[in-house]
Write a protein that binds this ligand. Structure first.
Ligand code: ADP
Ligand code: MG
Length: 464
């Protein structure tokens, strides 16, 4: 028992580095190690929802980590409600991800995917094109990734995808791997985080197995997916090694895909000759998703959970977290978990309660900022909105502003009424109902609201 506790805590250390703290807390608090034997590691999971999530998102990482720590392949068994479920990734990915029969002998530089079907890929089974929502923020990146997957080594080589944290770079990169493998299972696709590449290199030097390392990276791979390349910064020896890896693969017409948190030009302390090569093929960025894309991502995640949520809750979630998809997922999981523990259906009130203190780093949308944006939009003064004047050219913007205050903030009707020059809360309620009804019947009003919503959200996004 002691052993497996210790082992589990080491696994958690690894996962912590890649999961957001909130997701980490939400999930792993209900996961407890039970036992470890020759080739199975059994953990107890207290929530069925978390079982699915673990299976989809973390099983591969956990198994890889266990293998590294124990020096032998170990299967993760998730146990929920006393009925043990083996992590057969087959459910998600019928053929390619069959569980490994123990490979002979576990080697330190084993490839994620070998020719033939015997080994599973080291790709996260969830990170496919099918599960990737395309919106204006990632359309270019998606198109480039898709084209690359259709024709690896030919169209964009290398493909360089950059953008902020949690915007889908790893997902998109691995989707290429899945798509290539689904077309030709004999292809050797290797996904590696830059950090792991670095560690393997160091290990190779320490154990005098550099030639094996080079063989692996320079001549056995058809598609190399190398994640978070910015970590090469300031590591001259590694840059040298990667430079040669890159050249060898590129010369052989092998596909290289890289991700980074910055564009090649913005990368610091990386040799020019490397930066130069990063730009040889195609460089694309991923931006923060807009409102519609965020809602679509939430719906997609719900679909994978087999759950549904009312539109108002989806919109609330999409507004609550705006520029990190990983955090959107975290919020969703927290909410679903909250509802399942309470055994109640999710309501907007519950969502507000449950996510009240979630993502405090988000710049808040204030009542004042909404009033200002609306006033500018309709070309009236903020003072007019707060006044009691009733001409239509002022009454309508005022009602729109009240509606948006209700929609985009957590403020009470009374607080909103106060901020409009001390009005009565029934005035706000009336305005909300009126605009809500108008929005359904009057296309112009619908467009006004959409445009304003976008402006207000974007103006706060930049300040986070
Ligand atoms: P990054 O590598 O850019 O930090 P990830 O690729 O790890 O981000 O994405 C974070 C999470 O958000 C993943 O669970 C991923 O599935 C999800 N995600 C990001 N973008 C999208 C998208 N466009 N559609 C669906 N899921 C997305
Ligand atoms: Mg990533």
């Amino acid at each position: 028992m002691g052993d497996c506790q210790l082992l589990w805590s080491k696994v958690l250390d690894v996962i912590k580095t890649s999961a957001s703290p909130v997701v980490f807390q939400a999930f792993f608090s209900v996961v407890h190690p039970l036992s470890l034997d020759e080739d199975r590691f059994v953990v107890q999971v207290d929530s069925p929802l978390v079982v699915d999530w673990l299976r989809q998102k973390y099983a591969a990482t956990i198994e890889a980590t266990l293998q590294q720590l124990c020096g032998r392949p170990i299967r993760l068994v998730l146990q929920c409600d006393a009925s043990a479920t083996t992590v057969t990734r087959n459910e998600v990915f019928p053929d390619d991800c069959a569980l490994p029969s123990p490979p002979d002998p576990p080697v330190e530089f084993s490839l994620g995917v070998r020719r033939g079907r015997s080994l599973p890929s080291n790709l996260n089974p969830y990170f496919t094109f099918e599960n990737f929502i395309v919106g204006s923020s990632n359309r270019m990146a998606h198109a480039a990734a898709f084209a690359t997957a259709q024709n690896p080594g030919r169209v964009y080589n290398p493909l360089f995808i950059y953008g902020g944290v949690g915007l889908g770079k790893t997902h998109l990169m691995q989707a290429i791997g899945h798509a290539v493998l689904s077309r030709d299972e004999r292809c050797v696709v290797h996904y590696v985080s830059c950090e792991r590449f670095i560690n393997q290199f160091i290990e190779a030097i320490q154990t005098s197995t550099l030639s094996k390392f080079r063989d692996l990276f320079r001549s056995s791979i058809d598609v190399l997916l190398i994640d978070d390349i910015q970590f090469l910064s300031k590591k001259e020896g590694l840059q040298e090694e990667f430079y040669h890896t890159f050249n060898d693969l590129h010369n052989q017409g092998k596909q290289i895909v890289m991700t980074s948190d910055k564009s090649p030009q913005e990368l610091e302390h990386i040799e020019n000759r490397l930066v130069n090569r990063f730009e040889w093929g195609m460089v694309v960025d991923i931006q923060s998703p807009d409102f519609e894309t965020r809602v679509a991502i939430i719906r997609k995640k719900l679909e994978t959970f087999g759950k549904t949520l009312d539109d108002d809750v989806c919109y609330y979630l999409a507004n609550r977290v705006r520029n990190d998809v990983r955090k959107i997922e975290g919020a969703l999981i927290r909410l679903l978990g909250f509802a399942s523990v309470q055994n109640k259906p999710v309501t907007l009130e519950m969502a507000k309660e449950c996510l009240k203190d979630y993502v405090t780093a988000q710049a808040p949308i204030t009542l004042e900022s909404i009033q200002k944006a609306v006033a500018e939009f309709f070309d009236v003064r903020v003072g007019d909105l707060r006044s009691n004047r009733r001409p239509k050219m002022i009454a309508h913007p005022r009602q729109v502003a009240m509606y948006l205050c209700r929609d985009l903030t957590d403020s009470s009707l009374t607080d909103i009424a106060q901020s409009f020059g001390g009005k009565d809360h029934t005035t706000v309620l009336y305005a909300c109902r009126k605009i809500d009804a108008l929005k359904r019947t009057d296309e112009q009003v619908e467009q006004q609201i959409a445009a304003l919503r976008k402006r207000i959200l974007e103006s706060t996004q930049g300040t986070v």
